[in-house]
Ligand binder design. Structure first.
Ligand SMILES: *[C@@H]1O[C@H](CO)[C@@H](O)[C@H](O)[C@H]1NC(C)=O
Ligand SMILES: *[C@@H]1O[C@H](CO)[C@@H](O)[C@H](O)[C@H]1NC(C)=O
Ligand SMILES: *[C@@H]1O[C@H](CO)[C@@H](O)[C@H](O)[C@H]1NC(C)=O
Ligand SMILES: *[C@@H]1O[C@H](CO)[C@@H](O)[C@H](O)[C@H]1NC(C)=O
Ligand SMILES: *[C@@H]1O[C@H](CO)[C@@H](O)[C@H](O)[C@H]1NC(C)=O
Length: 171
C-alpha cells in the first residue's frame, strides 16, 4: 500500500518534470557566454538566460518539456554581459533574444508526433561555428553551421524522439 503510493508519486513526477538535457561545450580557444531565449533551467535548478563558459569547459542545462526557442554563443563579453557579438537585453542573464548577429541553435521540443525539431542556423548571422549533436536514442548525426553557409546542411531542420539529450558545441 505504502510502496504503491510511492511508485504512483514517482510516475507523476517523471511526467511533470520530463525535461530535456542539454550539454554546452566550449571548444573555442576563448570564453563563450551561452545565451538562452526563452530562459532555461541551470544545473542548480535556477532559471538562467545565460552565463560565462571558459574555453574547454562545459555546462549542463535542462529545457522545459515543450521548449521552443533559441540558444546562441556570445563572444567578447565583459562581466556585465556587454559582448562583441550576440549581446542581448538584460546583460549577462538574457531577458530577450539578440539582435541579428549570432549563429543560432534552434529547438522546438515535442513539436509534433512525439518529435523534437532542431537546427543550427545562420538566418540571423554567423559569429562562431555551432554543432548540435543528439545523444543516444536518436540516429540523427551532428548538425553544424561552420560558416555563414545556410542551405548547405546548415539551417536544415532535423528531428529526434522527444526525450533525446543534446550537446551544443561552440567551435
Ligand atoms: C538527464 O540528466 C539527469 C541528471 O544528470 C539524468 O538523471 C537523466 O537520466 C538524464 N536524462 C537523459 C534522457 O539522459
Ligand atoms: C568538442 O570537444 C570535445 C572534447 O574535446 C569533442 O569530443 C567534440 O567532438 C568537439 N566537438 C566538435 C563539434 O568539434
Ligand atoms: C525550471 O525547473 C522548475 C522545476 O524544477 C520549473 O518549475 C521551471 O518551469 C523550470 N524552467 C525554467 C525556465 O526555470
Ligand atoms: C536570471 O534571471 C532569472 C529570471 O529570468 C532569475 O530567476 C535568476 O535568478 C537570474 N539569475 C542570476 C544569476 O541572476
Ligand atoms: C553534464 O551531464 C553529464 C551527463 O549526466 C555529466 O557526465 C557531466 O559531468 C555533466 N557536466 C557538468 C559540467 O556538470
Amino acid at each position: 500500500m505504502f510502496a504503491r503510493a510511492i511508485i504512483a508519486l514517482g510516475a507523476l513526477a517523471a511526467t511533470a518534470y520530463a525535461q530535456t538535457n542539454v550539454t554546452l561545450t566550449n571548444n573555442c580557444t576563448y570564453q563563450v557566454d551561452p545565451a538562452f531565449y526563452p530562459a532555461v533551467n541551470a544545473s542548480d535548478g535556477s532559471t538562467t538566460g545565460g552565463f560565462p563558459l571558459d574555453s574547454g569547459a562545459s555546462a549542463n542545462v535542462t529545457l522545459d518539456p515543450t521548449y521552443s526557442g533559441r540558444i546562441w554563443g556570445r563572444t567578447g563579453c565583459d562581466a556585465d554581459g556587454n559582448c562583441l557579438t550576440g549581446s542581448c537585453p538584460g546583460g549577462e542573464n538574457c531577458t530577450g533574444p539578440a539582435a541579428a548577429g549570432p549563429t543560432l541553435a534552434q529547438f522546438t521540443l515535442d513539436g509534433y508526433a512525439g518529435l523534437d525539431y532542431f537546427n543550427p542556423s545562420t538566418t540571423d548571422g554567423f559569429n562562431l561555428p555551432v554543432t548540435i549533436t543528439p545523444g543516444s536514442g536518436c540516429s540523427t548525426g551532428p548538425q553544424s553551421c561552420t560558416a555563414d553557409n545556410e542551405g548547405t546542411g546548415c539551417g536544415d531542420t532535423s528531428t529526434c524522439p522527444t526525450g533525446t539529450s543534446y550537446t551544443i558545441s561552440f567551435c
